[in-house]
Ligand binder design. Sequence first.
Ligand code: DX5
Ligand code: ZN
Length: 217
Amino acid sequence: MSNIKVAPSLLSADPLNLEAEVASVKDAGADLLHLDIMDGCFVPNLTYGPHVAESLYGLGLPLDIHLMVKDPDRIVPLFLPWAAYLTVHVEAAAHLHRVLQNIRDHGVKAGVALNPATPPECLSYVMDLVDLVVVMAVNPGWGGQKCLTGMARKVQAVRDMVQATGRMVEIQVDGGVTPETAGLFVKAGATILVSGSYLFKAPDRRTAIIALRESTS
Ligand code: DX5
Ligand code: ZN
C-alpha cells in the first residue's frame, strides 16, 4: 500500500456545497484538505478569507493552507489557528526565514512554495526551518491548468536537499496532477499530491484517490 498522501484542492469544489464536498473527499480517503488563499495581488485571482478556514477547520480534515499572497508576514497570523500546514511563496516573502520561524513557533508545520521559474537552490538557507516544500507544476492562480511535467526534475533536486538534512520534510506537487502525471512526480520524490480539477470532476472520488496513490511512471 502506497504511503503517498492526497490533498484535494477545494478550489475545484462546488462553492455552493463546500461542507458536502469536504465530506465527500474525506469519505473517499483524502489525507489533507488543500486550501488556496489568493489575494488578487501576488496572483490575479481572489479566493477565501480566514473565516472560511475557521469553518472548514471543524470538518475533520487537517488543513493544508497555501498562501498565494504578497507580504505573507501580514497574512500568516490570520490562518495560524486553523492550519496543520501553512505554506508561503518564496517569491512573495521579504523575510522568508522570519516568517517560517513564526509559523513553527506556533506549532504549525511550515511550508515553502516555489513557482515554476524558481530554482530549488533558494531553499538552501531555510532547509532547517521547513516541514514541507511545495513544487508548483503550474503558475499559481487557477485550477485546471496543464501540468508542467518538467518540474519532476525540481522535485528530484528538492529530494536530494531533503535527504541531506536527514530530517522528515514532505515534498508536495501542486498543479495539473492526474494519474497520468502523478507517477513521474512520485518517482522523483513527491510525498503529497494536490489534486483539484481531476479529483472533483471524477465520477468516483474514492477510485480517483486510489488511482493517484498508485500511479507509477
Ligand atoms: C493553483 C492552485 C492549485 C490548484 C490545483 O494556483 O495552487 O492548488 O487548485 O488545481 P488542479 O489540480 O486543477 O491543477
Ligand atoms: Zn495550491
